[in-house]
Design a protein around this ligand. Structure first.
Ligand SMILES: [Zn+2]
Length: 342
């Protein structure tokens, strides 16, 4: 029986030994209707934040920072609410908006951004970084107050430990849960979208389910990878990682390729990026690279980690070569085609 309520300040209940089936049962239970958070979409956005961040969990300590979770949680809501105008709550007599929508509305009013039904706003990635940090800080408070404990309670206190008073930095995942989240990543993601859409359809009568699914899936996809391109160009003579052709870098428009496809990882990390020629990039598309490229990217990352740049330091924090292999294996299990070579 769950001890945790949405306003609990901690969950330090010892973890039971869980099999993969046990974790699946907990996910099924947490995502099904009729529990503590059925009036908003918070649990779905939080579970997506967990899944998108699973390769940012520290492998030794199992810690995952609130900063990473809140950044993703904010980006999801910014894009869904402001870019796609998808309501996150069925309006009731007491509440017109969720606390997250209220924060976004206040933020838009402060900076003169539109917050109207039909007016689209730029994606989160285009917001200046100091403003990104400002809104993440606000949304993080909502997430800490209403979601962290409630979601944990819905998993029978087994997903993670947290202690809001004494540890303001991170949750500590149950290692059995981590293993299952990695293994079943795309499967859980689709299940989460399905339950999320069932809710969103009630609050957004004019949207059809297929359009909603596309919007949920692209809510964290970034168009602009220039920062990564610049770091990779400066690091070495710019060549296509796959075919070795020298790249024209004057126009700065050669593709930055996710080595393990974005559609699986749902995250942007420098150690998973390579420069590519347009030809190789379009042919590889969503296919997993052949194992022959692993040695090359392993050696590249051993050197790249030494580059003195804040993004390198940030992105490599929880990197290990093992992680790339783990991602590859899991993507194969989740149905991704593998073995692409030029
Ligand atoms: Zn190429």
């Amino acid at each position: 029986m769950s001890q945790t309520r949405f306003n609990s300040t901690e969950n330090l209940v010892p973890f039971r030994p869980l099999s993969a089936d046990d974790v699946i049962a907990l996910v099924n239970r947490a995502l099904s209707a009729g529990n503590s958070m059925h009036t908003t979409t918070y649990k779905f956005a939080f579970f997506k934040s967990l899944l998108d961040n699973v390769f940012n969990v520290n492998l030794d300590t199992m810690r995952l920072s609130y900063d990473s979770l809140a950044a993703r949680f904010t980006e999801i809501y910014w894009n869904l609410v402001l870019k796609y105008h998808i309501r996150q709550q069925i309006p009731t007599s007491q509440h017109e908006m969720t606390s997250v929508e209220k924060e976004l509305s206040d933020f838009c009013a402060k900076y003169g951004f539109p917050f109207a039904d039909k007016e689209s706003i730029f994606p989160f990635e285009s917001l200046k970084s100091d403003l990104q940090l400002e809104i993440i800080k606000k949304i993080r408070i909502v997430m800490m107050r209403y979601v962290v404990a409630a979601f944990c309670g819905d998993t029978d206190d087994q997903f993670y430990h947290f202690d809001k008073k004494n540890d303001k930095d991170a949750i500590t995942l149950n290692r059995a849960v981590y293993t299952a989240l990695v293994k079943y990543k795309s499967i859980f993601e689709k299940q989460n979208y399905y339950e999320w859409i069932k809710y969103l359809e009630k609050a957004n009568l004019e949207e059809d389910a297929y359009a909603l699914a596309g919007k949920l899936d692209s809510s964290t996809e970034r168009e602009n990878l220039n920062t990564y391109r610049e770091i990779l160009e400066d690091f070495d003579r710019p060549r296509c990682f796959y075919c070795g052709h020298l790249l024209e870098t004057e126009n700065r428009n050669e593709p930055v390729d996710h080595f393990i496809p974005w559609s699986f990882v749902k995250d942007d990390k420098l150690w998973n990026f390579v420069l590519s020629c347009p030809h190789c990039n379009s042919r590889k598309s969503n296919i997993l690279p052949d194992k022959q490229y692993f040695q090359t990217i392993k050696e590249r990352n051993i050197k790249l980690v030494n580059v003195d740049h804040p993004i390198v330091q940030r992105d490599f924090k929880n990197y290990s070569y093992f992680r790339l292999e783990e991602m590859w294996q899991s993507a194969v299990f989740n149905g991704f085609e593998c073995g692409w070579k030029r």
